[in-house]
Design a protein. Structure first.
Length: 94
């Protein structure tokens, strides 16, 4: 159980560090902001699921896990829309 907790928190920490690095590179770019939102939702979900596995018996971590996991699809769609920058080819017309 201890290895599971440590590895989960380490994974969330690595994802959070990636968010910081991406935002420090170009904080004004839409693709960087959407990726940071996507990765932050993943990190929050990892932490909430890990805390939910603790034997405290609280329902709050489960609700936070559901809330953070529900932010992953919209953030991913925003990232896909912003990256790569839409060009002229191929045309959107059929």
């Amino acid at each position: 159980m201890l290895i599971y907790l440590l590895s989960s928190f380490a994974t969330a920490l690595i994802v959070a560090m990636l968010v910081v690095l991406v935002l420090r590179a170009r904080p004004i770019a839409d693709s960087h902001r959407w990726f940071a939102a996507f990765a932050s939702a993943i990190a929050a979900s990892i932490v909430a699921i890990t805390v939910a596995h603790l034997p405290t018996g609280s329902a709050l971590p489960l609700r936070l896990a559901f809330a953070s996991a529900s932010l992953i699809p919209p953030a991913f769609l925003g990232f896909v829309r912003a990256f790569p920058v839409p060009g002229g080819w191929p045309s959107f017309r059929v």
